[in-house]
Design a protein around this ligand. Sequence first.
Ligand SMILES: NC(=O)c1ccc[n+]([C@@H]2O[C@H](COP(=O)([O-])OP(=O)(O)OC[C@H]3O[C@@H](n4cnc5c(N)ncnc54)[C@H](O)[C@@H]3O)[C@@H](O)[C@H]2O)c1
Length: 364
Amino acid sequence: MAELKKPRIGIVGIGNISGIYLKNLTGMHSKHVQVTAVTDLIHERAAKANTDYGIPHILKTQDLIESPDVDIILNITQPPDHYGVALAAVKAGKHVYDEKPLCAKREEAQEVLKVATANKVKVGGSPDTFLGAGGQTCRKLLDDGWIGKPVAATAFMANHGHEHWHPGPEFYYKKGGGPMFDMGPYYLTALVNLLGPIARVSGSAKTPIKQRTITSEPLNGTVIDVEVPTTIAGVLDFSSGAVGTIITSFDVYSHTLPFIEIYGTEGTLRVPDPNTFGGPVYVKRYREENWSEIPLLREYKENSRGLGITDLALSIGENRPHRANGEMAYHVLDVMHGIHDASASGSYYDVKSTCTRPEPFSGF
Ligand SMILES: NC(=O)c1ccc[n+]([C@@H]2O[C@H](COP(=O)([O-])OP(=O)(O)OC[C@H]3O[C@@H](n4cnc5c(N)ncnc54)[C@H](O)[C@@H]3O)[C@@H](O)[C@H]2O)c1
């Protein structure tokens, strides 16, 4: 029997995060997908991907999007650029997978999803960390009732921002940036994977530090005017009835808070860092004195970035939904904006979008 042609990926944006995608898509995921083309506004970056990973075609952005050698666009540009690239992709009849957040604005993401539906192509969105061994072990423990019915959840992401390491960190402090839009997708997607969609949110969002100085190279010494809230606390009412809280901050030097905990009628589940694919996972049931570390029950413990787009690619031929999908990524975007909106208006935001919990994942 002739071997089926592997879905072909074209990557737009060969910046900071592209290395791990190139490594994994040409390595651990290459049984299922192939990268046929790359593009970057800075030609040398695309050329390096060609040299380092043997990607055959270096094209201009629109040429890559329209290329007959590309089936799926991997959009790993900065958040404000997600919209333009994703819209061009779905208009050209190509599937698209965006790094997080799906787009900067709700209306942008809505338009991308609408055109994709009209053109019968798929939209996917990061993160895909919830498909890793840690996220899927937690999912199995919850679905198997280890902590009973979940009643509450907490999620904490606090650090001091990215200007001490990222070579071009301004975008983290401009519209579309900030800790909620940057890191919230990992935490909220993990929560949605575990507890389902969110029906109502409230929040408080502040900008305590108005200017930040870059200490990484090559922009060392450059001052950034901060345009977005950098400490945001949100309250989440899940459709299931569970209540959650999320804090994201770029204003914290140190803390002792967990990443995510889920509290159930029969115990507590301690979820690993949702910005990673592995563990550790801990459970403490109500009669137990100590926490137990649960061995990871699934594959993909290491940095497996690219799982989400690989699942999307395989779902096309298998005619099934993909897990890191546009519906869920849009719901997470809506929730993140909702928390900011609630802070600005001083009232709750009834979340207009929803999504279904993605199917559990135990490998391809
Ligand atoms: N840096 C990280 O550690 C990290 C981790 C996880 C997710 N992400 C996400 O990945 C995305 C990219 O982040 P990054 O840190 O790699 O940014 P980056 O600025 O390092 O890279 C973005 C690249 O996209 C290119 N680009 C922009 N518009 C383009 C266009 N129209 N055509 C071709 N190339 C274009 C730029 O020239 C740049 O090289 C963001 O959505 C971010 O949230 C980043």
